[in-house]
Design a binder for this molecule. Structure first.
Ligand code: PLP
Length: 359
């Protein structure tokens, strides 16, 4: 039996994609082998690599002066790659600390350059997104860094901050492909695949080409954007299979109507869950409304004991991984692209039954 998996990541993949991938498991496209067994220098894999990039460009409307890379090491590796590649002119960078990952990015950046935290919502346990404007930044900063959707705390920017002349970098691991993102407003975007794009193991980097030519000379070769650009992300053996699954997810998303269609579905899924929570008189969500994520929805019941019982009983009903992050407690429903609307409906129905039994 397939369950509804509300994990923050790795998370669900569309069943259609899993079926398609499993059909090619022993013979992909007449090649006589699976993508896992294939040389990354072979014709069929080169086609997959190229198609994955093309589809991401098409779906996200990525302008032609941006490079699209598929690299290893997760989003976390980009916490180091970003300062080492583009933080090399003034060696200053300004960070907004809006959650755990944003903080980790800031701390990692501090190892390589003069990093400054210019905005933080830690005072209220990251339940809102603080304002970030150009006049809060050092005018000569190499970049400003934000985390666009805060996976653990369930917040997101309601609009892209205007950082003026300072290039804007965003970690979009938990919202890429789930909502429209105006790529042209950013200098660099990066995302680990395992929330909304595919399996863990591959990370997308979308970077303005002009920024790829200024890496620190001691930047490890695997982290250098110019090296990955030159080699079309095939400098060494890439994560072929995860990238292939990403390709299938992108094909699926395109057939569904692209990100516009996906965003509408996601707004509807999140909208009904928040509405239920707000009107329940039992559950609550701590996030200021305008900053609520449509991907990650944390909530609590009236007590820690009921929270634990909720998570255990939900699991018996095929609603998996609803335990909240240890920094927040309670529950968290991650409802990424591949969570069917029926999964959210079933969760709401379960929440209502649980409330009636324990109110
Ligand atoms: C999951 C996540 C990360 C960490 O990703 P890894 O690929 O495990 O390194 C970083 N940032 C955000 C916003 C995330 O959701």
């Amino acid at each position: 039996m397939r369950v509804y998996n509300f994990s923050a990541g790795p998370s669900m993949l569309p069943l259609e994609v899993l079926d398609k991938v499993s059909k090619g498991m022993s013979d992909y496209g007449g090649s006589g082998m699976s993508v896992m067994e294939m040389s990354h220098r072979s014709k069929p894999y080169e086609a997959i690599n190229a198609e994955t990039e093309e589809l991401l460009r098409e779906l996200m409307h990525i302008p032609s002066d941006y490079d699209v890379l598929f690299v290893q090491g997760g989003a976390t590796n980009q916490f180091s790659a970003v300062p080492l590649n583009i933080g090399t002119a003034s060696r200053k960078a300004d960070y907004a600390v809006t959650g755990n990952f944003a903080k980790k990015a800031y701390e990692e950046g501090s190892k390589f350059l003069d990093a400054r935290c210019v905005a933080s919502s830690e005072d209220k346990n990251f339940t809102y997104v603080p304002e970030l404007t150009a006049d809060m930044l050092r005018p000569d900063a190499d970049y400003a860094h934000i985390c666009y959707n805060n996976t653990i705390f369930g917040t997101r920017y309601s609009a892209v901050p205007d950082t003026g002349k300072v290039p804007l970098v965003a970690d979009v691991s938990s919202c890429i492909l789930g909502q429209n993102i105006d790529v042209g407003k950013f200098a660099l975007l990066y995302a680990g695949a395992q929330k909304n794009m595919g399996p863990a193991g591959v990370t997308a980097v979308i970077v303005k080409h002009e920024l790829t030519a200024r890496a620190d000379e001691r930047c490890p070769v695997m982290l250098r954007y110019d090296n990955q650009v030159k080699n079309k992300s095939l400098y060494n053996t890439p994560p072929c299979f995860p990238t292939y699954v990403v390709c299938e997810v992108l094909r699926y998303l395109k057939a569904l109507g692209g990100i516009d269609a996906m965003e509408q579905i996601n707004e509807r899924k999140a909208g009904k869950l928040y509405e239920y929570i707000d009107n329940s008189d039992f559950y609550s969500n701590p996030v200021q409304k305008e900053f609520r994520s449509i991907m990650n929805v944390p909530f609590v019941s009236p007590s820690k004991e009921l929270d634990a019982l909720f998570v255990a009983e939900a699991e018996k009903n095929g609603l998996i991984s609803l335990k909240g992050h240890r920094l927040v407690g309670g529950m968290r429903a991650s409802i990424y692209n591949a969570m069917p609307e029926a999964g959210v409906d079933k969760l709401i129905q379960f929440m209502d039954e649980f409330k009636k039994a324990h109110k």
